[in-house]
Design a protein around this ligand. Structure first.
Ligand SMILES: Nc1nc2c(ncn2[C@@H]2O[C@H](COP(=O)(O)OP(=O)(O)OP(=O)(O)O)[C@@H](O)[C@H]2O)c(=O)[nH]1
Length: 392
């Protein structure tokens, strides 16, 4: 009997043990399969960074006391411009001229390339020059001389005749005339330059450009805004001055131009500049008024000493008409040089020859654009090359 009881107990123990082993295995089988190495499933790690820190340190933030923002006025140092050097300017600006002169150059070269120059051909050459505003008289002289040279030469090539025409045009421009500007101070005072011309011719702009030319060449300049008729003119001139570091003496709008001119020269003497440039008004509606005003400006300025240079500014686009206006000025003041502006805007560059011939005054400067450095000392040979549109 005892054996039976012992056997039953043993059986129960075995059964309980077997059940204990089987049940956990069955549970494990119900779990999802573990990820294999080729699977794209990504292992998700617990975001350790998101775990709360074990000990939270209190973050000490410095207390910043922002000063109140005080806006200081920005003092801008004026940046002075450096004008382009004047040497070789005409050659540099030649393209401007050549562009508007193409018709003349091409026309002339077409005629010159003909085998035999007949009477009609010479007339065609004359017409081309007259159309370019060279002037009838000057054209006749030029063509006559060219014909003579071609006749004497006998055989000729286009290049040779073109060269001879260039020489004749250059000769008509009197290359030996003195075209220098009288801008050197003397007798302990600055050189004084008056700039005159009809309104719109480009006086104020030219004054500014000349100032830059002089400064580029190492001179010191002072502007006198004696065009009190147009308030904007004084403003315009002062702006030119600020850009290159030249002082501008101005007067009240509608004030006495002679008084501004006088003050400008006085100031120029006091501060010891090299050149005083005086811009004047150019109302031509009333010739008597203009004569009176300009004459007075000149007389008053001359209380300080003689005017050294009087430049007449002429708009090249007004052609032969401009010549008549120019004459009025030569009657009032002793014009020593001509500035021919806006040559970039006309195909009639021949006006330079006509102006010099009619007025008997050298063209000293030419304006070839609105840009600040678009003013060039006049060089006859370089100008003619641009006129004919060939190689220099
Ligand atoms: N294309 C071109 N324009 C020029 C040239 N010179 C001057 N101008 C322009 O001509 C216009 C008249 O120039 P101003 O200098 O104001 O003429 P102004 O003679 O002083 O005129 P007033 O003060 O009214 O007597 C301006 O728009 C200039 O930019 C030049 O050589 N070429």
């Amino acid at each position: 009997m005892e054996y039976v009881v012992a056997a039953v107990i043993l059986l129960v123990v075995l059964v309980v043990g077997a059940v204990g082993l089987v049940v956990p295995r069955m549970r494990r089988r119900e779990l999802p399969p573990p990820p294999t190495s080729g699977s794209t499933t990504t292992l998700e790690r617990p975001p350790t960074e998101e775990l709360p820190p074990l000990i939270e340190k209190p973050v000490e933030k410095p207390v910043v006391v922002e000063p109140p923002v005080v806006e200081e006025p920005v003092v801008e140092e004026p940046v002075l411009e450096r004008p382009a050097p004047t040497a070789g300017r005409l050659v540099r600006l030649r393209a401007r001229l050549a562009r508007s002169q193409n018709a003349l150059g091409r026309g002339l070269l077409t005629v010159l390339s003909r085998d035999h120059l007949e009477e009609d051909d010479w007339e065609e050459i004359e017409d081309s020059l007259i159309t370019a505003d060279v002037g009838v008289e000057a054209t006749q002289v030029i063509v006559e001389r060219l014909r003579e040279r071609v006749r004497v030469l006998g055989t000729r090539t286009v290049a040779e005749v073109r060269e001879q025409l260039a020489e004749e045009l250059t000769a008509a421009l009197e290359p030996d005339l003195d075209r220098s500007l009288n801008t050197t101070p003397h007798d302990g005072r600055p050189s004084v330059m008056l700039v005159v011309g009809v309104n719109g011719a480009g006086k104020t702009t030219t004054c500014g450009k000349i100032g830059r030319v002089l400064i580029a060449d190492g001179r010191s300049v002072l502007f006198g805004a004696a065009d009190t008729f147009r308030a904007a003119a004084a403003e315009q001139l002062a702006t030119w001055g600020e850009r290159v570091g030249a002082e501008t003496v101005r007067g009240p709008e509608g004030g006495d131009p002679a008084s501004v001119a006088f003050d400008a020269v006085k100031r120029g003497i006091d501060v010891g500049v090299d050149t005083v440039l005086i811009d004047t008004a150019g109302r031509l509606q009333n010739k008597v008024g203009l004569m009176d005003e300009l004459g007075k400006v000149k007389r008053v300025v001359e209380k300080h000493g003689p005017v050294d240079e009087t430049l007449l500014v002429l708009d090249a686009t007004t052609g032969q008409n401009g010549l008549e206006q120019a004459r009025v000025f030569t009657e009032v003041v002793d014009v020593t040089g001509v500035v021919l502006t806006k040559l970039d805007g006309t195909a009639k560059g021949g006006i330079v020859i006509a102006v010099q011939r009619k007025l008997g005054i050298p063209v000293k400067l030419v304006g070839l654009g609105e840009g600040p450095d678009d003013l060039a000392p006049f060089e006859p040979a370089a100008f003619v090359e641009a006129l004919l549109g060939g190689d220099a």
